[in-house]
Design a protein around this ligand. Structure first.
Ligand code: SF4
Length: 480
């Protein structure tokens, strides 16, 4: 029985409700009057301090996803962009994944790290190797990481993950440091989530892979991940453990995308209903080629157009949630996704264990094939060329603005007086320390233009002073 407030997966992702939602969406996909009303509801509404958005229910958002009327779809994209600019501005946050270990006891059919794959070498970073990886990432300019590890209680116990987090935060190479470590590890206990919280993690990320229970069980035939309820209820345990920034995601291609979409929004509604705060981020990965994995074996693959429509509909449904796209996607697809509301991208990713310290991108332990293979400098330049500010900011996390406090900032319309200057200051750090001469030139031109968009005079002046200090190598912990 559908109940968003229940703590049971079978209630908050009630299969009957998902199916009823899909029927409702199908029945209304050409209902122009209803579609217009939904689009109107999704639009940002100006307020005295900024603007506000009401988001959409899973049923409303599913109607938009089902809609096939070209003008309405174009309108969805316009509103998605409006929302993105209203709450996130033109900043794009940059991060990199860091693979710690590919030991895994699960049997996931879409992942090359599954236990039965004997082709790939198994590797787990020592703390010394990890230090070298972190230095390589800092030397590129990264400040924010997402650590990844397979599920293996013997090789990758929580103590190993905690040691790795400590090591990452302890490395300060030249002007580099990692200021936020997001964690993408298997579903675990409240006790372990508390330990991760105490270790100072940013977001806890766990992809659902698929919300369709039967498919989930078929795709995860063996190992602890087989337990659908334990996996689906993980975010509730993480929040109970004190982690208030959690990141959702499904692996598009495994199941019918409309089912996944409706359930994903239901999961977000559930977190909001129970914990008072929705997901901090939503990721939108698609199944990709890897050792032992052929994406064509999964018959629910989606084309680029559908993929972009899904992202736009997520943006309209959960306007305050960040949206992430990785280097699984090509430059071309990533450019289109930026327009419909993506707020974070990974750059110069290596998806293998120990990949950053290798001259060439190694393939032996890769989790998936990287489509966007540009350097971080190229990604930064590319973002600026399309008028996006590459941001290395981690201020919210360090100032304790997580969970509902971050959402409050987002809703208050104060982004331009807070996140915008923070993005410019961290961009200046990047330009001084890591950028090529061309990127540096383009970057400072952008900074000069964008400083004028800071509404508060005193904030603008302080940001300018801080950027001058950065140029003169006079570093402090600058942030608003
Ligand atoms: S998806 Fe995760 S749990 Fe599944 S095999 Fe890959 S690393 Fe292991």
């Amino acid at each position: 029985m559908y109940d968003p407030k229940s703590l049971k997966a079978e209630d908050f992702i009630d299969d009957e409700e998902v199916r009823a939602t899909l029927e409702y969406a199908e029945a209304n996909k050409n209902n122009e009057k209803l579609i217009d009303e939904i689009l109107e509801k999704a639009r940002p509404v100006p307020t005295e301090t900024g603007c506000v958005c009401h988001g959409l229910t899973h049923r409303e958002a599913s109607v938009l996803l089902a809609c096939e009327i070209p003008e309405k779809i174009e309108r969805m994209y316009e509103i998605a962009e409006e929302i993105k600019l209203a709450f996130y501005g033109n900043r794009i946050v940059i991060f990199a994944p860091l693979y710690l270990s590919n030991y895994c006891v699960n049997g996931c059919l879409y992942c090359p790290y599954h236990l039965k794959n004997k082709n790939i070498p198994r590797k787990k970073l020592t703390q010394e190797e990890l230090r070298a990886e972190v230095i390589a990432l800092q030397d590129m300019g990264h400040k924010r990481l997402a650590i990844e590890a397979g599920e293996d209680p013997v090789n990758n116990p929580i103590e190993y993950i905690l040691d790795c987090i400590d090591t990452i935060y302890s490395v300060h190479h030249k002007n580099g440091d990692i200021r936020r470590v997001n964690v993408n590890i298997a579903a675990t206990t409240v006790e372990n989530y508390k330990k991760l919280k105490d270790a100072g993690i940013g977001t806890y990320i766990l992809f659902q892979e698929t919300y369709h229970k039967k498919s989930y069980e078929r795709l995860h035939p063996t190992g602890p991940k087989h337990d659908y309820a334990y996996h689906t209820e993980a975010m509730d345990r993480a929040m109970e453990g004190g982690i208030d920034d959690v990141g959702l995601g499904v692996l598009f291609g495994l199941e019918l995308y409309k089912y996944e979409f409706a359930a994903l929004i239901m999961h977000a509604e559930h977190l909001e209903a129970v914990h008072g705060v929705g997901p901090h981020t939503i990721s939108v990965p698609r199944v990709k080629k890897a050792d032992d994995i052929d994406p064509d074996e999964f018959d629910n693959g989606i084309d680029d157009e559908t993929f972009i429509k899904i992202a736009a509909c997520i943006r309209l449904a959960v306007p305050y949630t960040g949206m992430i796209i990785s280097t699984r996607e090509t430059e071309e697809v990533r450019a289109k996704m930026l327009r419909v509301g993506i707020s974070q991208v990974s750059g110069a990713s290596r998806t293998s264990v120990g990949g950053y310290t290798q001259e060439e991108r190694p393939h032996d332990t890769e989790q998936f094939d990287v489509s966007d293979q540009r350097t971080l400098d190229e990604v930064v330049h590319w973002l600026m060329d399309s008028d996006h500010i590459p941001s290395f900011c981690t201020a919210c996390y360090r100032a304790g603005r997580t969970g509902d406090r971050f959402m409050e900032l987002c809703k208050s319309g104060q982004i331009l007086n807070c996140c915008h200057p923070n993005a410019l200051m961290t961009l200046a750090e990047y330009l001084e320390d890591y950028a090529s001469p061309e990127t540096k030139k383009t970057g400072y031109e952008m900074i000069e233009r964008e400083l004028n968009n800071i509404p508060k005079e005193n904030v603008r002046r302080t940001a300018m002073e801080n950027i001058e200090a950065i140029k003169n190598s006079n570093r402090r912990d600058f942030r608003f």
